[in-house]
Ligand binder design. Structure first.
Ligand SMILES: Nc1nc2c(ncn2[C@@H]2O[C@H](COP(=O)(O)OP(=O)(O)O)[C@@H](O)[C@H]2O)c(=O)[nH]1
Ligand SMILES: [Mg+2]
Length: 299
């Protein structure tokens, strides 16, 4: 079941660090040290100093307002505080079809795999899905998407290696319009070591799609790898400077203890998390729900 999958994926995060919070919530009197310890634990969980501070401050305020003095009452309050913060100001984007999803993110973040998972999900729902390989920089990247497309049985637009990525995007949107596609997902290169060129290429792809989209809605989503910890935050920042991001997919929350990264991503960027990736298989894609997430981590 998807829900278990999600819980299992977050187990390492929960066990490694969040369970340490339990040492604070023993039932003794709340002191300043209790909050210090919570703050430190959150920082160790990759929540980031700024977000950890906000969470701890709000928790303290809530506890004072409610006149809570025993630390065993703090767990429930922490859950409440976190859920509120993760839901606040983050409007779940309504995705309306027909749509184009432009996938961005650094190499290795799980972009191509995520595209395959999303394509598979929509295809299973009976939609006409098409993918486009506009990561023309590496032959292996086109091949990888090609293999997924065959496996899922969706058409793929690609062109020869080294050709202009924007021209692949042009072919893709032209073809999607002609074929009455419901969803076109465009893969892109992610070589951040050449950031200026990459961002220029992404803007070019975006404007080609924007011009050719007709009645398609164009959304850009970034895939970040949870195991990269706080680095994921700077990746979102880097891409947000050149692309208008509509959503985030956090991949690889399985098998690492870095699932806490979701917290500062949401608190800092206020972008909806479309999905979380919980493994390498096609079905390892879960919708994100703040309440479930908090429950899974602090259960
Ligand atoms: N465990 C796990 N591995 C993943 C997940 N998503 C992607 N991967 C793996 O991460 C590696 C890089 O993924 P890829 O899609 O090629 O990244 P890209 O360079 O951004 O396109 C591959 O080995 C994938 O199988 C996930 O959610 N969980
Ligand atoms: Mg790729």
């Amino acid at each position: 079941m998807a829900d278990n999958n999600y819980k299992n994926a977050l187990r390492a995060t929960k066990l490694s660090l969040f369970d340490k919070l339990k040492n604070v919530f023993t039932g003794s009197d709340i002191t300043d040290e209790s909050y210090e310890e919570i703050l430190e634990t959150l920082i160790l969980c990759d929540v980031g100093v700024e977000s950890a501070q906000t969470i701890t401050d709000q928790l303290q305020k809530k506890a004072q307002d409610k006149k809570i003095t025993k630390s065993d009452m703090l767990m429930g309050l922490l859950k409440e505080t976190l859920t509120d913060l993760l839901e606040k100001d983050i409007t779940k984007s309504e995705i309306a079809l027909p749509a184009i999803f432009l996938a961005v993110g650094v190499n290795g973040s799980g972009k191509t795999t995520t595209i395959a998972k999303i394509a598979n999900k929509y295809k299973k729902e009976g939609k006409n899905v098409m993918v486009a390989a506009a990561d023309t920089f590496r032959a292996a990247a086109v091949e990888q998407l090609d293999i997924w497309a065959k496996r899922i049985d969706v058409p793929i637009i690609k062109s020869s290696m080294g050709s202009d990525a924007a021209s692949v995007a042009y072919d893709a949107i032209t073809s999607a319009c002609a074929r009455k596609t419901d969803l076109l997902i465009v893969d892109t290169a992610g070589r951040l070591q050449n950031k200026v060129n990459l961002m220029a290429e992404l803007s070019k792809i975006y404007s080609v799609l924007e011009k050719g989209k007709n009645d398609f809605n164009l959304y850009t989503f970034i895939t970040v790898d949870a195991t990269s910890g706080l680095n994921a935050l700077s990746q979102v920042e880097a891409f947000a400077q050149s692309c208008k991001l509509d959503g985030i997919v956090v991949s690889k929350i399985d098998g690492s203890s870095k699932g806490g990264i979701i917290i500062p991503i949401l608190m800092r960027h206020k972008l909806p998390i479309w999905f979380v990736g919980t493994g390498e298989k096609l079905d390892d894609l879960n919708e994100f729900n703040a309440k479930e997430y908090v429950e899974a981590m602090l259960d």
